[in-house]
Design a protein. Structure first.
Lengths: 239, 76
């Protein structure tokens, strides 16, 4: 559910959920969606860069799941956008980040999440004990958009086989699938007909949508790209 | 999704703290076990995890960055 946990966006989670449950849209809903401080600037960037409107389906889909629109956002546009929307004193950090990332960085949600923790995972970062690394990994795992195959459908829960990430030797990697229990809202279509074998996207322990085969492939493809980019950045930081 | 935010610790209960952010919003049950922050400290928070304790100067700098990002989100 959008901002149910209060980590980003306006305090209108219930209202947004009601719109999702009855598949309706309103100008107020659009205004509320524009208040998501982290997500909406990225969506505006992708829209501006590709000549689309921010809430054309492909645009938030590109940011959230990933799709080929991301490939058409030029890295220098991403850099200029990031550089121009922050204060002068933060610009050196942005410049360094993009220098480390090279040409492969895309404005994808999971890149935002995973790269947030660079200062803590890098060799120059704090000496994290295993427990702290686990806590950071938990934040990454909850917040990044992950995917899971539905094994069992319960009243308001799904048992899914989910592919987790690991942090080992200050690098991110993909681990083997394991079962996980997540929540879902059966009133939000098409979750009224969710069934074993479906693939769903996951965010903070909540199943957000049933993925098509193409969306699943895109989500995996861009997540792996994000991981490679962040690992390259970490490797460069070690030098 | 989440964004890293800066706020002040307004109460402490073992490793859990309550944070007040610059915009006045509050968040309870933030895990502060990585930072061991005391009441009044400025901390950086992602999701429900406090990542680091900041100096007042650094916190003000982050506040300015936060304001510029939220302004950008609103298209100003």
């Amino acid at each position: 559910m959008p901002n149910q946990l209060g980590y980003c966006g306006p305090d209108s989670a219930g209202e947004l959920l009601a719109h999702l449950e009855d598949s309706s849209i309103s100008q107020r809903m659009i205004r509320e969606l524009m208040k998501f401080e982290a997500a909406f600037p990225y969506i505006r960037l992708i829209a501006a860069s590709t000549g689309k409107e921010p809430f054309e389906y492909e645009v938030p889909e590109a940011y959230w799941i990933g799709n080929p629109l991301l490939d058409t956002v030029k890295t220098n546009e991403f850099y200029e956008f990031s550089h121009s929307t922050i204060t002068k004193r933060e610009r050196a950090s942005v410049k360094k980040l993009f220098q480390l990332a090279g040409q492969r960085v895309v404005p994808h949600h999971s890149f935002h999440v995973i790269s947030t923790f660079l200062p803590y995972i890098s060799k120059d970062g704090p000496d994290l004990q295993n427990e702290s690394t686990g806590k950071i990994l938990q934040q990454v795992e909850n917040c990044r958009i992950s995917w899971g195959k539905v094994i069992e459908v319960r009243k308001r829960e799904l048992v899914v086989e989910r592919v987790p990430l690991e942090i080992s030797e200050r690098r991110f990697s993909v681990s083997s699938p394991r079962p996980s229990i997540v929540k879902y809202d059966p009133l939000v279509k098409p979750f009224d007909v969710v069934k074993p074998g479906d693939n769903v996207s996951l965010h903070w322990g909540f199943a957000c949508e049933i993925l098509t085969r193409g969306q699943l492939e895109n989500l995996i493809r861009y997540t792996l790209l994000d991981i490679r980019t962040v690992n390259d950045m970490l490797a460069r930081l070690k030098r | 999704m989440c964004i890293t935010r800066v706020g002040k610790v307004v109460s402490v209960d073992s490793n859990k703290v309550e944070i007040e952010f610059f915009d006045g919003k509050r968040m309870k049950n933030v895990d502060a076990s990585m930072v061991h922050a005391s009441k009044g400290a400025m901390v950086e928070v992602f999701g429900n995890l406090a990542l680091s304790v900041l100096t007042r100067k650094e916190a003000k700098r982050r506040e300015a960055a936060w304001k510029s990002i939220t302004s950008a989100a609103k298209g100003r």
